[in-house]
Structure formats: C-alpha cells, structure tokens
Write a protein that binds this ligand. Sequence first.
Ligand SMILES: Nc1nc2c(ncn2[C@@H]2O[C@H](COP(=O)(O)OP(=O)(O)OP(=O)(O)O)[C@@H](O)[C@H]2O)c(=O)[nH]1
Ligand SMILES: [Mg+2]
Length: 226
Amino acid sequence: MPRQVYVSVVIPTWNESGNIGRVIPAVKRVLSGYSSEIIVVDRHSADGTDQMARRLGARVLYDDIGKGSALMKGLVSAKGRILISMDADLSNEPKELKLLIAGIETGYDICMGSRFITGGGSDDMPWVRRFGNKVFVFLVNTLFGANYSDLCYGYRSFRRGAMQKLNLKERGFGIETEINIKAKRRGLRVLEVPSVEKKRDKGVGKLHTFRDGYVILKTIFANLSA
Ligand SMILES: Nc1nc2c(ncn2[C@@H]2O[C@H](COP(=O)(O)OP(=O)(O)OP(=O)(O)O)[C@@H](O)[C@H]2O)c(=O)[nH]1
Ligand SMILES: [Mg+2]
C-alpha cells in the first residue's frame, strides 16, 4: 500500500545551487512530523541545481518556459492533500510552512502569505516593486471586488482540488495574480496569513521589475474579459 502524502512542497528553480542545499533540508526539518514530498521544477539550470535537489531527496521535474508554468507542472504532479508553493532563494521562511498548513486544515481552499498584514514584512522589496505591488493590489481589489493585502507573492498553500477549479494559464510571473483573481471569481475561501520575506540569499533574481510588472498588468486586464 503506497504511503499517503499529506503535504507537497513545490519549488521552481532556475540556477539556485547556492540556496537549494539549505532550503530542502530546512523544509524537511519543519515537515518531519508529516508525510511529505518536495518537488523541484527546474529550468535546466546550468549550475547543477537539479542534481543537488535530487541528492537531497527531492523529486525533480523540468520546465523551460517560466515560473508559472514550472509551478503548475509541479502542482499537477503533486500527490499531497495540501500543496504548497515556495521559492528556492531562502526568501520564504520554512518555519512559516506550519501556518500555511494550518490555514488549509482550518477549512480554507487557499492560504496566502501576505507581507502587508500585521506580523508580515519584506526585506526584499525595493520601493519601485513595493509601489507597483500596491497599485496592482488596488486594481485587483477595485476591479474584482476583492480584499487582498498582497498580490505578487508566491508563498502559499492550496487544498488539493482547489487548483483544478482555477484553470490557470499564466506561464510566468503573472501566475500569483491570476490565482488571486480566479480564486475570487470562483468563490474559493482564501485566507491571508502574515509572512516575512527575507532577502534572496545567493544568486540573482529572475524577476525583471518593468518587464514582469507589465506581464502582471496584462494578466489583470486579460482576466477582466475572461
Ligand atoms: N523553473 C523555473 N523557476 C523559475 C523561473 N523564474 C524564476 N524561477 C524560480 O522562482 C522562484 C522565484 O523567483 P525569483 O527570481 O526569486 O523572483 P523574485 O523573488 O520576485 O525576485 P528576487 O527578489 O530578485 O529574488 C525562485 O526559486 C526562482 O529560481 C523560471 O523561468 N523557471
Ligand atoms: Mg526571490
């Protein structure tokens, strides 16, 4: 009889060899009391991220399109009852995993880390991104009648089955925005929990403020007519 997986953590990676060796053991430590799996979805990194992840016990998949597409690939193949999306660069605190798990156990469909409610914060947000995020939050709340405090942040948990209801299409950094909009539209129960985003540890960020800001804006308007 195969062991039931309770929590699946999906981590998209693109040249994260400086970080992945710390993230995976930290996630395993926090989840030691649960049956869990870690799925790394790698963009054929040139720095051996995939080999390191496999050596540390993660299941490794590949995707060469974008962060959103990698995340979806991982979530679709995940076996857990609770699915979690997490970055590889040590920006997301592994100890907060328990809060994300508790959110789903309490009865919510999606539990989103927020940097902008009491107890949350960010050491990794230059003012341009902070301003852009505020504008995008305002737009989504106004256009879709939502009440989010944060938007472009990927540390989240999902009840298995909630994802299928969203029919996600975004392949890049628009994925979080699309999730927020469609979760509201489909009437999913969403909880925000405080999260403190730390500075990326090693390596370089893949998000380009203006290029990906435009992607997020396009995502918002594309979903108006969808
Ligand atoms: N598979 C895959 N992973 C990606 C891709 N782009 C980014 N990632 C991963 O997605 C996560 C988030 O990307 P980051 O580059 O940290 O984005 P960010 O946090 O907005 O930017 P920084 O603050 O500069 O770190 C990291 O684990 C990246 O390695 C991609 O195209 N494919
Ligand atoms: Mg990052």
